[in-house]
Design a binder for this molecule. Structure first.
Ligand SMILES: O=C[C@H](O)COP(=O)(O)O
Length: 331
């Protein structure tokens, strides 16, 4: 079987230079109010995506490897333990069986980050020491974001002090629903400041924002306030990442880049568990934002069970046989 060559996009993306951070800008209300989303046009375009770009054989293995490198391998359960987090981190270091990684020519492949609640940061940092894999912590009263503002800020500070280098904040949905864009801007600015050097992902919880127009406006406001990434969902809403929402958020990212020159990352999260869905998302990123976004510094999947299905597909690619999904239960 042909291997993925050293100059392949998969290998290059692992060694590419990181992007300068988005510093944000003053709140531009004209631009925010101009942001619109035509629901039927967006849904029509999204409906054409699944299955349209089918990549096969070595190309498919390369895209699946790239998907792995962009996963925020996540556990966000009330019964998380240090032991479970240590097992997840072992999986993050070696996401796929060593012989499969050798066979596709990427023995060093890892996931993009491990994402946990605050109390699980310490075991994750310890388990990932020396791997270069960052620890991301959900924060600011995740998932609802309804705890006192000063406590939400303090939570960020504690998570950074505990070793998280990425902070996934949740915005106050009520600010969006009330059209309080100044309030959302101020909140996001304060969260960004509290993060310091840690990168901040703004979770919009799009399933609770009512309209795609609100999604477009909230995306712009969070980027203007300095978000490094915008992220769809906590995984706890009744509707999480969808293709229409992704289209709207990616177009907001593109518009912000065209206006400011700053690239903001994108993280769809919640309910993405199949390799073929991951390929659809990657194709959408490539079409809407371009190849530069297909690296872990600008694109992540927030997912707790996607890796298991990707591993099954890679095993099939290398050996010609599928293994049972229970063999990949952890990821
Ligand atoms: O941010 C990540 C999500 O919580 C993961 O959601 P999931 O368990 O549906 O993959």
């Amino acid at each position: 079987m042909a291997q993925i060559h050293d100059d392949s996009p998969v290998v290059r993306h692992l060694t590419g230079a990181a992007e300068a951070r988005n510093p944000g800008m003053a709140l531009d209300m004209d631009r925010v109010m101009r942001a619109r989303a035509n629901r039927s046009a967006v849904e029509r375009r999204a409906a054409t995506l699944p299955g349209r770009r089918s990549v096969k054989k070595d190309h498919q293995a390369a895209w699946l490897a790239r998907a792995i490198s962009c996963i925020d391998l996540t556990t966000l359960a009330g019964d998380d333990t240090a032991g479970r987090v240590r097992r997840l981190c072992a999986k993050a270091r070696q996401p796929v069986r060593a012989d499969l990684l050798e066979a596709i020519g990427l023995p060093e492949l890892t996931v993009g980050a491990v994402c946990v609640y605050h109390d699980m940061i310490a075991p994750a940092v310890e388990a990932l020491e020396g791997s270069g894999i960052p620890v991301a912590a959900v924060s600011t009263g995740f998932p609802a974001g309804l705890s006192p503002f000063r406590l939400r800020l303090a939570e960020i500070g504690e998570s950074v002090a505990a070793g998280a280098s990425e902070i996934d904040i949740v915005i106050s949905r009520r600010l969006v629903l009330a059209g309080d864009w100044q309030g959302l801007y101020a909140e996001m600015r304060a969260f960004r400041e509290a993060c310091g050097e840690a990168h901040v992902k703004a979770i919009l919880a799009t399933g609770e924002l009512g309209t795609l127009q609100n999604v477009a406006r909230a995306s712009l406001v969070c980027m203007m306030a300095g978000a490094d990434f915008i992220k769809t969902s906590t995984g706890k809403e009744s509707v999480n990442a969808t293709l229409p929402v992704s289209l709207v958020m990616m177009r907001a990212i593109r518009e912000y880049h065209e206006a400011t020159g700053h690239r903001v990352g994108y993280k769809p999260a919640g309910g993405i568990s199949k390799a073929k869905d991951a390929l659809t998302y990657l194709a959408l990123v490539k079409e809407e934002l371009g190849d530069r976004w297909l690296r872990p510094d600008l694109f992540r999947f927030g997912a707790s069970s996607l890796l298991g299905d990707i591993e099954r597909q890679l095993e099939h690619h290398v050996t010609g046989a599928y293994s049972a999904s229970w063999r990949h239960a952890l990821a």
